[in-house]
Every structure is written in structure tokens, then in C-alpha cells.
Design a protein around this ligand. Structure first.
Ligand code: PLP
Length: 408
């Protein structure tokens, strides 16, 4: 037998827990089981949160009008302008030249890592975190170091842990706000303190992933760029979450460079952007309609999501074996497993719950082996009846295993 062609260690080491658990779920579905999937942060996968029709219409119209060619590498000028306007509303003096449109925040991240990281560089990111912050930097010879989120205080960043882990190799300090997977919202005080820490390191850029900023239930969310008068900040945002169109793959990075330190990085980013041609042209026009059209629909969507969050909090409070910190935003909750056997092996909990009760969650250790373990992430975008059914099954599962343990 011939040996398989070798794969690069870069690719072989990539993990994406959110989608990795889908593999056994698909297998069960193929066997005819119906699975309640609360694993993926895609609003379109759940009823009642469709992409707004005027955005869909603009996309379709673009296709019909033959807007199917390549667009400029940094984004359509009218979209860059609309995004800059939107960022200005958030409190800083963005111009269209500061905006670079990408195939989602995920592509923006890859470009930023490629433009900034060298062998030996570090990314300081929250633990637990959205997996690409750990998966991608190693492709560039860099490594991700996690700073702790306080698990008994709403998963707020531990600022002293950030301070203690900063050094000159930390080129990117990441704040995900609101956070995935914990739903934490940082207000102005936390953001100011984080900027004060970064200020002492002249080669460090703050990456502010604000893709859930329109889903802030606390009213305390602030744009990091709006708080910085000296530290360079790259803000990330897009159409996926707050505009309910993740499949369009449109996002952006916005460079806030108040002390003129990003000229070389900007040049590198522009080279990288040109080398990958452009983001989808008709999808950019769909996003433009979202940014320039009426946004009153957003309130209804947020209310629905918040009502579902509150319902989940009530249910969890009544289930022995589960505990949760109240999330302030996004649409995730990071639930603590308090039964010893599951606290010690959250992946076993997820896989056995899937096989025995057909409910799919994501294991917390997939968001950080150390800082996420003993937890599961639940997406609360499903309707209340479906969430209730999922919680009934979780409760039954926990009880069953507790009593079978006691008997053994
Ligand atoms: N950033 C965070 C924190 C996310 O949770 C996600 C998706 O779940 C993304 C970025 C992905 O963004 P995009 O769809 O624009 O690539």
C-alpha cells in the first residue's frame, strides 16, 4: 500500500470545536434521529430571525443588475463610506480609508495575523475564546496566550492577569466584546484599563472584535476605538450576527490609528487584501442596504433574543447540576457543569447527551482546554418550546447519571 501524501502540521493541528461535534450529530441524523442543535451561532439556523427582507432584496437586485464582477480590494467605496459613518456613530473619527471589507471577520483575522505576527510573536486573547484566535496564529509561527476571564464574576477579563502576561512579544491584545462563548459585555472602565495596559507596549495593537455589539442587553457596551486617543485599535464587525446574514461572508476591519503608528501594518494589510482580490460584490450591496436602511427592526430581534436568554436563566436556576453567569450580550451562555463527573469531562457530557438525549451543545474545553473545561456553551436562539424541551432532556440526563452513579 502506498503511504498517504503528508499534510502540513499547520493544517493537521487545526481544531474548531463548534463544528467538530457536528460530525457525530450528522451520523445520528443519518440513522433517523432528530437532534436539537444548540451548538452553532448562526441565527439563520433558528426560526424567527430571518435576514431583513430589504437587505435580501438589495442583494438579489445586485445579482439581477449584473453586479457580479470583482469589486475593489478594500471594498466598494459606498460601503466603506457607510461603515465609516456607522463607526463614527460609535464615537471615533473613522474615514472610508480606514475601512477594509473582507470575507467576514474570520478573513480579517487571518489577514491581521499575516500582517503582524512573526516567529515568536504572541497574541494575548481571552480564555475561553472563539476558536480561530487560538487556531490561526500558530500558522504564522506565533502562539496564543490566554488571559483569564473571571468565571464567578460574569466572565469579566482579569486585568491583572492581562498585565502579568504582557511583554514586547505580544503584538495583538484581543478583546471580544460582547464575548463568545460567555456573553460578557465590558463597559468603559474595563476598556479604559485594558487600553492603559496596552499603552506601555508600543508595538502592540488592540484587536476589538465587536461583531455582537448590537446585541448588548446591558446598555454598557462601548467601542474600544472610541476610548483610545493613542493606542492603535483594529475594530472588527460585519453582517453575520447583528444583521443576521452570516452566510454572506461579509465583515470588515476598521483601523483606528490616533498616534500614526500603523503605516507599515496598513501597507502590509493592503498588499494582502489586493493579493486575495476582493470580497463578494453583491453581498457587499446587501450589507450596504442594511447599514443605510431603516434599523428599527433590530429592536424586535434583540427583544426576542433577550426573552429567550431570560427563559434559559430561569430554567437553569431550577436544574441541579447546572449553573450559569448571566450573559450581558451576544446569544451564548457558558454553563457550568457542577456534577463532578461532568465537571471533569465536559466533552463526555456533550457526546453522551447527544447520543442519549439528542441535544447538541459544545464542550467548554473546545473554547480553552484549561479555562473552559467543566462547561458547555449553549446558543439560545431556538424558540422557547425547543429550549424547554432541551432543558427537560438535560435535566433527565443529569438525574439519570446521578442516580446510576449513586447505585454503583
Ligand atoms: N468573531 C466572533 C467573536 C465570533 O463569535 C464569530 C462567529 O461566531 C466571528 C467572529 C465570525 O465572524 P464572520 O462570520 O464575520 O467571519
Amino acid at each position: 500500500m502506498t503511504e498517504p501524501v503528508p499534510v502540513s502540521s499547520r493544517a493537521a493541528n487545526i481544531e474548531y470545536a463548534i463544528r467538530d461535534v457536528v460530525v457525530p450529530a450528522v451520523q445520528l441524523e443519518a440513522e433517523g434521529h432528530e437532534i436539537i442543535k444548540l451548538n452553532i451561532g448562526d441565527p439563520i439556523a433558528y426560526p424567527g430571525l430571518p435576514t431583513p427582507p430589504h437587505m435580501v432584496e438589495a442583494y438579489v437586485e445586485a445579482l439581477r443588475d449584473g453586479k457580479n464582477g470583482y469589486s475593489p480590494s478594500y471594498g466598494l467605496p459606498q460601503l466603506r463610506e457607510a461603515i465609516a459613518n456607522d463607526e463614527r456613530q460609535k464615537g471615533w473619527d473613522a474615514t472610508p480609508d480606514d475601512i477594509y471589507v473582507c470575507h467576514g471577520v474570520t478573513e480579517a483575522l487571518q489577514l491581521i495575523f499575516a500582517a503582524v505576527l512573526e516567529e515568536g510573536s504572541k497574541v494575548l486573547a481571552p480564555g475561553p475564546h472563539y476558536p480561530p484566535y487560538m487556531a490561526y496564529p500558530q500558522m504564522f509561527g506565533a502562539k496564543t496566550v490566554e488571559y483569564q476571564l473571571h468565571q464567578n464574576d460574569g466572565w469579566k477579563p482579569d486585568l491583572s492577569d492581562i498585565s502579568s502576561k504582557m511583554d514586547d512579544d505580544v503584538r495583538l491584545l484581543v478583546l471580544i466584546n460582547p464575548n463568545n462563548p460567555c456573553g460578557t459585555v465590558c463597559g468603559p472602565e474595563d476598556v479604559d484599563e485594558l487600553l492603559a495596559i496596552a499603552r506601555a507596549y508600543p508595538n502592540c495593537i488592540v484587536v476589538a472584535d465587536e461583531i455582537y455589539d448590537g446585541l448588548d442587553f446591558t446598555g454598557r457596551h462601548v467601542s474600544v476605538a472610541s476610548r483610545s486617543s493613542d493606542v492603535p485599535v483594529i475594530s472588527l464587525n460585519g453582517v453575520s450576527k447583528v444583521y443576521y446574514a452570516p452566510g454572506w461572508r461579509i465583515g470588515y476591519m476598521a483601523l483606528h490609528d490616533p498616534s500614526n503608528r500603523l503605516s507599515l501594518v496598513r501597507d502590509g494589510l493592503e498588499r494582502l487584501l489586493r493579493s486575495r482580490l476582493c470580497a463578494s460584490t453583491p453581498a457587499q450591496l446587501g450589507y450596504l442596504a442594511g447599514l443605510t436602511g431603516d434599523r428599527s427592526w433590530m429592536e424586535g430581534y434583540s427583544k426576542k433574543v433577550m426573552k429567550q436568554r431570560d427563559h434559559c436563566l430561569r430554567r437553569i436556576a431550577g436544574i441541579e447540576g447546572l449553573e450559569v453567569e448571566q450573559p450581558g450580550g451576544a446569544f451564548y451562555m457558558f454553563i457550568r457543569l457542577t456534577d463532578e463527573q461532568w465537571a471533569a469531562d465536559d466533552k463526555a457530557f456533550v457526546l453522551r447527551l447527544l447520543h442519549e438525549e439528542h441535544v447538541l451543545l459544545v464542550h467548554g474545553s473546545g473554547f480553552s482546554p484549561e479555562l473552559g473545561k467543566g462547561h458547555v456553551r449553549l446558543v439560545y436562539l431556538a424558540d422557547i418550546e425547543v429550549l424547554d424541551e432541551a432543558f427537560d432532556r438535560m435535566e433527565r440526563f443529569l438525574q439519570k447519571h446521578r442516580s446510576s452513579d449513586n447505585m454503583s
